[in-house]
Design a protein around this ligand. Structure first.
Ligand SMILES: [Zn+2]
Length: 105
């Protein structure tokens, strides 16, 4: 069953502001010129900062682009789970089953 619903940010209440986020750690370096020593053991830089590597840290997450908060999926009204796909986008699964189980208790 396909059900459409407007997903609001649980922190600021705005619609159409959610995004998938990911975190990267970037390692950069700046080479020192260790041949030309300036007085007092001071080695100058050879050039500008260069990037060595950029690694993605952990899993992708849902964030709000308006208030810039990371969103815990359980806080989104009507949503039980979000499945983030590399190419297709994010699938928001409604929490119908959760509600059904709560009623049963
Ligand atoms: Zn927000």
């Amino acid at each position: 069953m396909v059900r459409e619903f407007n997903v609001k940010c649980p922190k600021c209440g705005r619609e159409d502001v959610l995004a998938v986020g990911r975190k990267r750690t970037i390692v950069e370096y700046r080479v020192l010129n260790t041949k030309n020593k300036v007085a007092g053991g001071h080695y100058p830089y050879k050039g500008n900062w260069k990037q060595e590597s950029a690694k993605i840290d952990g899993k992708e997450f849902i964030r709000c682009n308006a208030c810039e908060n990371k969103i815990d999926v359980s806080e989104i009204e009507g949503v039980g789970e979000v499945k983030i796909d590399k190419t297709k986008g994010a699938l928001f699964v409604n929490d119908f089953l959760d509600k059904f189980l709560e009623k049963d208790e």
